[in-house]
Design a protein around this ligand. Sequence first.
Ligand code: IPE
Ligand code: IPE
Ligand code: MG
Length: 239
Amino acid sequence: MDNMRAGLGLQHIGIIMDGNGRWAKKRGLPRKYGHREGAKTFRRIVEYCDKLGLRYLTVYAFSTENWKRPEDEVNSIMQLLEQYIDEAFERQDENDTVRTRFIGDVSALSETLKEKIARIEQMSQGRTGMTVNVAFNYGGRDELVRAARQLAIQAQQGKLDPQQINEQMLSDHLYTSGQPDPDLIIRPSGEERLSNFLIWQAAYSEFVFMDVLWPDFTPAHLDQALEIFSRRNRRYGQV
Ligand code: IPE
Ligand code: IPE
Ligand code: MG
């Protein structure tokens, strides 16, 4: 349905998948069960957004700060990621159009994960449907530091005049290079902050904060967020 893009002028949605821990706690379960349910929600929402005709979906799955959590919890998140990739391989068929990319510092992940990430990116590379950016070991500040470093190296090598550095060049050195900025960023769980998610790209994004925990998030919640978005008036600094 190209409707969505035509009607709402919306190409890219970012989602901060938050509230897994609280979902589990409410049920007296260990946090990892919340992450497991959250992974199921992720699959359903990817399917739904693809059906709607969205071009880009970026989901925040693990931040550069999330390493500070108990080792046990971090391990279970790594395991879920591995499972997700394995399943994507098992279930792949030629009608799949979704392209999967990872944004973030994957170099810090295990060899097995790095290899699986590279394989799934490669497998889905030629697909022409929606692109899903999985933000994993992602931090907006880290992303900007990397971009600055790359530009500094080019300047040092005499390939770039520091006076010529502009916004476009910086954008081109981010993980999301070549993609449109998110039109809409949704954060469930009741928290109202970015937590280091797409801080550069979100300059003119619309924010919708929702009082639902991520494992309970359904396509109906996404519709609700789209409805709120449709009533917003984006001005980009103009009148
Ligand atoms: C989001 O859910 C998943 C990750 C950050 C990996 P949380 O685990 O942050 O859930 P809450 O915020 O503690 O409920
Ligand atoms: C942001 O959630 C990161 C992800 C959802 C992956 P956090 O739960 O880590 O953020 P804070 O700690 O509430 O800001
Ligand atoms: Mg949280």
